[in-house]
Design a protein around this ligand. Structure first.
Ligand SMILES: Cc1ncc(COP(=O)(O)O)c(C=O)c1O
Length: 403
């Protein structure tokens, strides 16, 4: 008997998904290595520096010997600061006991599912959406049921018909990514009320993925968790990745009812013991110290958003909303596909890369296309590319599309 076949692995491995955006990244890297210019719009990573006061606080923590294990749910001052910050922005009386610090926002997804979903339970999740939801639900033996977004007047809106069509008596959880990746959608107060009603009617528990809460250019972010009756059934995914340009530091938190947070903290014990100790002291400085760093990050992202939206709307066959949150754009490219005679997303993506250097993900990197979906969309992330390169790359895309 030899070992080494795929069948030797656990069955659940067959159900484990991935982030295919990383494959687009790898393809773009190969193209660049071959000597071509690449305009990177594919990955939601950031090319901006973490604010120096955060770097300084983390370095100081290392020098001060904060290099051993720390409490499983995170250092108390950070849990308190997160409870105060998120509590204030959400109008909720969170305390440290409502916070379990995590090595990134991403781990909250799997831990939420593990804490609440039994095999066979159904979970509603956004598609197009962050691909890890579907992966974690299916990996842990649940049934992933997608709902989508439709084009409204100014931005994408939740497809309520899809939500209603997908819910069944077996549905236990809703994954709700307000300030949404990839569409940039955000719920109006009316839409949030409708979601809250739906949640109560079907007795659901909700993962409020608010990774982009602080990435906004106008107005204020609103949370489902703030609505009456919601805080006891909502877990908020918080991350330091975006607001503080800390994607590689890996720090986030689950914030919600203690019944669930205690389980998530126990999963911390089992998985990683604790999140990186000295990074937590850096993050504490981020939350409580000088805020000029995050302000500069938002100002730069806004300049990029303005340039990208303006130019994308000049590309023949492309229409693009101007979302006030996230650092993603999700233009409709149905007209471009027709003009260029492309039949598949990959035809468009590869041709654009090879003929203009513009690299992006398509709708299919955010889930399987849903029945009846006829329009084509691609996703532009502007978090890792300067205004000058946005202008240069999208200028080339415009010329190419018009040719
Ligand atoms: C919607 C959404 N949720 C969660 C995350 C997780 O980010 P991180 O693990 O860096 O906190 C991301 C990252 O891109 C995201 O887009």
């Amino acid at each position: 008997m030899t070992f080494g076949r795929t069948a030797d692995l656990a069955d659940r491995v067959q159900r484990l998904g991935t982030e295919t955006a990383f494959a687009v990244s790898a393809e773009a890297a190969v193209w660049r290595e071959q000597g071509h210019t690449v305009y990177p719009f594919h990955l939601g990573d950031m090319d901006l520096a973490t604010p120096p006061n955060i770097v300084g606080a983390a370095l100081k923590a290392i020098h001060d010997g904060k290099t051993g294990y720390c409490p499983n749910a995170g250092i108390l001052p950070l849990r308190e600061a997160l409870a105060a910050d998120v509590g204030a922005s959400h109008g909720l009386p969170y305390g440290a006991e409502n916070v379990a610090v995590q090595p990134g926002g991403k781990p909250v997804i799997g831990k939420f599912v593990l804490a609440l979903m039994n095999p066979g339970d159904e979970v509603l999740y956004p598609n197009p959406g962050y691909p890890i939801y579907e992966s974690q639900i299916e990996f842990h033996g649940g049934v992933a049921r997608p709902y989508g977004y439709v084009e409204g007047t100014d931005n994408f809106e939740l497809d309520f018909d899809a939500l209603e069509a997908q819910v069944t008596p077996r549905t236990k959880l809703l994954v709700f990514n307000n300030l949404q990746n990839p569409t940039g959608a955000e719920s109006s107060p009316e839409e949030l009320e409708r979601v809250a009603e739906f949640v109560l009617k079907h007795d659901l528990v909700v993962l409020c993925d608010e990774a982009y809460w602080d990435i906004r250019y106008l107005g204020a972010s609103r949370s489902l968790a703030s609505l009456p009756g919601m805080d006891e059934r909502c877990v908020i995914l918080y991350t330091f990745s975006k607001k503080f340009a800390m994607t590689g530091w890996r720090l986030g938190a689950a914030i919600g009812p203690t019944l669930i947070i205690d389980v998530i903290a126990m999963l911390n014990v089992n998985d990683e013991s604790c999140s990186n100790h000295f990074v937590q002291w850096g993050a504490l400085e981020g939350l409580t110290g000088d805020q000029s760093g995050p302000r500069a990050i938002i100002a730069e992202l806004r300049r990029r958003r303005d340039a990208a939206v303006e130019l994308l709307n000049q590309v023949p066959g492309v229409t693009c909303f101007n979302p006030e949150s996230t650092f993603y754009l999700f233009p409709n490219v149905t007209g471009l596909m027709e003009r260029k005679g492309f039949a598949t997303y990959d035809d468009l993506r590869r041709a654009a890369l090879e003929e203009t250097g513009v690299s992006f993900c398509t709708r299919l990197h955010f889930g399987r296309a849903l029945p009846g979906e006829h329009e084509f969309y691609i996703r532009f992330a502007y978090s890792g590319i300067s205004v000058d390169l946005i202008r240069e790359g999208l200028g080339k895309l415009k010329a190419w599309a018009g040719a």
